[in-house]
Design a protein around this ligand. Structure first.
Ligand code: ZN
Length: 191
């Protein structure tokens, strides 16, 4: 799936979790960092593609970007696996409290938001023809439905005209049907 589809699916998943398990405390700093983190998390698995938007955020000619674009020899390996998700989680637990002052930004909410984007990406990719190397370094790929031809081709008509608008409609539906919960989350910001 394309970056835009992953962004939207990641965001839809974030709101779904926020509505299903309302947080007891939230401030504006945490909210902003979590939403940005969710977008980043949604794009992390495809950092194994040189064209990924996240590489563009690094300064042009940056060593890390140049190196990073080349480090992954093949698309969809460790970054689309349980092992990759686990390593990302360990890394975030170490780095997030060091980047953001915990007095202003709740590291737990930020980490969960990033991981929601990451997991949503893997779930979405499992619906595509390419399949998902979920158990990397084992080579076999999984997908739903198991028959490849029934799955969605990346960047095709189904993705652009069904998956993308379908996700947008779902987000609108979610807001309309959970007005009270979303208002109570918004009220937390005033405390
Ligand atoms: Zn992907």
């Amino acid at each position: 799936m394309t970056g835009r589809t992953h962004d939207l699916i990641g965001f839809a998943s974030l709101i779904t979790v926020a509505v299903a398990t309302p947080s007891l405390s939230l401030n504006i700093e945490t909210l902003v960092v979590s939403i940005v983190g969710n977008v980043v998390g949604s794009l992390i698995p495809d950092m194994d593609q040189g064209t990924n938007k996240l590489w563009d955020l690094l300064p042009a000619g940056n060593f890390v970007a140049k190196f990073g674009r080349k480090i992954f020899y093949k698309h969809r390996t460790i970054t689309h696996s349980i092992l990759g998700g686990y390593l990302l989680f360990i890394f975030l637990k170490f780095i997030i409290p060091k980047i953001f002052n915990p007095n202003f930004v709740d590291p737990q909410i930020v980490i969960i938001s990033i991981m929601i984007g990451f997991v949503a990406h893997l779930v979405a990719d499992s619906l595509t023809r390419e399949g998902l190397p979920l158990f990397f370094p084992f080579k076999f790929k999984i997908g739903f439905p198991p028959i490849e031809t029934l799955r969605i081709p990346t960047g095709g008509i189904i993705e652009h005209f069904i998956v993308l608008p379908g996700t947008a409609i779902y987000i609108i539906w979610l807001f309309i049907n959970n007005k009270d919960k979303i208002l109570s989350i918004a009220k937390l910001l005033h405390k």
